[in-house]
Design a protein around this ligand. Sequence first.
Ligand SMILES: O=c1ccn([C@@H]2O[C@H](COP(=O)(O)O)[C@@H](O)[C@H]2O)c(=O)[nH]1
Length: 255
Amino acid sequence: MTSISTSQMARRLMVALDYPDAEAARGLIRQLEGIPCYMKVGMQLYYQAGPEFVRELKSLGYSVFLDLKMHDIPNTVKGGANSIAKLGVDMFNVHAAGGVKMMESAIQGVEEALASDASLNRPLVIAVTQLTSTDQETMNGEIGIPGSVEKTVVRYAKLAAGAGLDGVVASPLEAEKIKAACGNGFRTVTPGIRPAGSAADDQSRTKTPGQAIAGGSDYIVVGRPITASADPREAAQRILEEMGQGRNAAEADRT
Ligand SMILES: O=c1ccn([C@@H]2O[C@H](COP(=O)(O)O)[C@@H](O)[C@H]2O)c(=O)[nH]1
């Protein structure tokens, strides 16, 4: 890879492996070889390639975010979290809309897994707030939640923090307010990342990689701007450069 600071930024880049099968995902992984990014496995890939593929990513040395967004009764989520923790992922998520008891059950499921096997590492457990595809109008008029998206996201973040979770998935527009409400150590994982000039696709609440890092995102999640690019490696490297510029701008502001 390139410089130390680029590889530090790479650990904050989560590449969304939204592919139909393991072989397609391996194609991208080969192109990104040497970039120490997080790999995010979502529903499309996991429902096809399953735990085996997660183990494969771990054996290649990647940090893995298993993005299955669990939302069910507390007992079921506890069982799901227990199985996920045994799989050895580094991060997974539940929906904050499931409520505090459900989120606490996810933590219990993890704790029971760790108690049963001392070799396991504790994964970060985070909560989805409002999907980054949801805009103000949809949230108020269609879903029926009143008020601003930002207020709702911060409310969910506070519930997640109270339940003992490690952070939230939110848009980069809300990262700063989440940090102010829940503390700097509470992680912000932000999809809805679009380099300047690229298509928003189905995302509504977006920022560029540099703006997201400058605005308090701990991790940025990027799928199509890399995976649909004619040159994914070059796209990822450009994003890492922008992230570095965003961090430098934020540091300059602080001094
Ligand atoms: O609110 C959310 C939660 C999860 N995601 C996931 O992030 C990636 C984004 O992919 P792009 O291609 O960069 O849009 C995708 O896997 C989503 O499932 C999200 O976008 N928003």
